[in-house]
Design a protein around this ligand. Structure first.
Ligand SMILES: [Zn+2]
Length: 258
């Protein structure tokens, strides 16, 4: 089965890119969608990411990092022209659904670039109180008005909302153009969700069809995340067709790729 990791980052560690590529090969991960979130997250920036996707064009799908309030629609257009295929968005200065940000989402829709939105409480690796970061701005319900205004814009709610699982799940249930990933640290929100049972949130028939596989961890934790995700699907007897959607077909479809 084809596997594409929809949510990875390029950390600014020695040999990180080569380690990631080796891990992908070991795990049978064909491609990953990757972004650089800059210094606050100990990552490379968009420039560093550009070099990586130029080096491994068949392995890496570039996700251009934007911060609403800092970036403009023209940045998205330039990213698209440089070969980026999607956007990764976090740390907005106002709520994701603030009307002043709509030109960004409109540009993404026009260029058919899906958006991976961080949702839920955010952890920056570097402390930055001066940024006045608020997770309220990244509540999953902030995606609803964007989904309504831009029905042809495909979006992924990262981490199923972390602690706002109820809201994230209902948004993906109700909005055809919104998906979720179950990414995150092996010791984080996934532990709670698996203890309760994820079907508490993904309760409707076909709910797993709105999931895309993503890891969002350091390269050496990817095998564990992948194994846990496969085990979870086994536990709930998720059928093969749905697994194909989760592991590759959903993300390829929204990227317009085969
Ligand atoms: Zn992430």
């Amino acid at each position: 089965m084809r596997i594409i990791d929809s949510h990875t980052h390029l950390f600014n560690h020695p040999n990180y890119l080569d380690n990631l590529i080796q891990t992908m090969d070991d795990c049978g991960i064909e491609k990953c969608c990757i972004s650089g979130l800059g210094k606050l997250f100990m990552c490379v920036d968009n420039g560093g990411l550009q070099a990586a996707i130029d080096k491994y064009p068949n392995k890496l799908i570039g996700a251009f990092y934007i911060r609403p309030g800092k970036n403009e629609p023209k940045d998205i257009k330039e990213a698209y022209e440089s070969g980026f295929k999607m956007l990764k968005v976090t740390l907005p200065h106002k709520a994701y659904d603030d009307p002043s940000y709509f030109p960004l989402w409109e540009k993404a829709q026009e260029l058919k670039m899906p958006i991976l939105f961080h949702t839920g409480v955010v952890t920056t690796l570097k402390k930055a109180p001066e940024e006045r970061i608020s997770s309220w701005f990244m509540h999953p319900m902030r995606i609803e008005p964007i989904a309504n205004a831009f029905p042809d814009l495909n979006m992924i709610i990262a981490h199923l909302g972390v602690h706002w699982n109820d809201d994230a799940a209902e948004v993906i249930r109700m909005k055809p153009n919104v998906y979720a990933d179950l990414s995150g640290a092996p010791t984080g929100w996934r532990v709670r969700v698996d203890r309760i049972g994820i079907t508490h949130w993904l309760w409707w028939p076909g709910a797993f069809k709105k999931v895309v596989f993503g890891s969002d961890v350091i390269f050496n934790q990817i095998p564990q995340i992948l194994a846990e995700d496969k085990a979870r699907l086994n536990k709930y007897n998720v059928d093969q067709k749905t697994r194909e959607l989760i592991f590759a077909k959903n993300i390829l479809k929204i990227l317009g790729e085969k």
